[in-house]
Design a protein around this ligand. Structure first.
Ligand code: HEC
Length: 207
């Protein structure tokens, strides 16, 4: 029988470390069987995101064309909220936008949203198309379940005026005065600018 020395043992442990580490890292995903939303809910979430997204873009485009980006900037921070409120009212879903780098602190991601945004970045790096990317989960505690859904928002050319790497001086000044803690700059076309985030509470009625 061949005995291995401590040194060899140490070396083989070191070699297998990356393997163990990667197994450990993937364990939470394997262990916690994540429940995704029922089909009907997913369909609702998708259609809200679709209309919210195209409304926002439309408002943005029109106000950029008619009033210029400075005016659009003022309009947008008010309009996004009212468009979101309208979508939520129509559907009982709570609709918002968030990002790893927010402009408006009211849009800060919670822990769940942060981990989903990080997951989106990884999936994008691995080559997945943003167009079809989404994530949903049912989070249950007690008799309450929260249905959560997120979909990435890609950075388009239109967005660079206010979120790009080179903002004009007047836009920069305006952004700084409205959002002193702004982090939502430095994006390039195709980057994940943020995500739509939806949630809906479900209560189980005891029978
Ligand atoms: C005219 C300037 C302007 C343009 C163009 C613009 N945005 Fe914004 N964006 C803003 C402002 C201002 C806010 C903060 C809104 C608020 O107060 O809720 C914002 C917020 C956001 C947020 C919410 C998260 C956060 O940072 O607070 C997302 C997501 C976002 N923008 C994506 C986009 C995308 C995608 C485009 C291009 C399709 C775009 N924006 C184009 C000005 C702009």
């Amino acid at each position: 029988m061949k005995l291995i020395t401590t040194k060899q043992l140490f070396a083989s442990t070191l070699l297998s470390l990356p393997f163990f580490a990667s197994t450990l890292l993937s364990l939470p995903f394997l262990a916690a069987a994540v429940e995704t939303l029922p089909n009907q809910e997913i369909e609702q979430a998708r259609s809200i995101v679709k209309s919210f997204g195209s409304n926002l873009k439309q408002v943005l485009k029109t106000s950029m064309q008619t009033g210029g980006p400075l005016k659009a900037l003022e309009v947008c921070n008010v309009q996004a909220e009212s468009i979101a409120a309208k979508s939520s009212f129509l559907s009982s879903w709570n609709v918002g936008r968030t990002s790893l780098k927010v402009r408006n602190e009211n849009n800060l991601a919670d822990d769940w949203e942060t981990s989903v945004l990080q997951q989106f970045e990884k999936r994008k790096e691995a080559g997945e198309d943003l167009k079809s990317m989404e994530y949903s989960e049912v989070i249950t505690s007690g008799n309450k379940s929260v249905y959560r859904y997120m979909k990435p928002i890609p950075t388009a050319g239109l967005c660079l005026t206010c979120h790009g790497t080179e903002l004009s001086n007047d836009i920069q000044d305006k952004v700084k005065s409205l959002y002193p803690k702004d982090k939502a700059i430095g994006f390039n076309i195709g980057d994940i600018r943020g995500a739509f985030t939806l949630q809906k509470n479900q209560y189980r009625v005891n029978q």
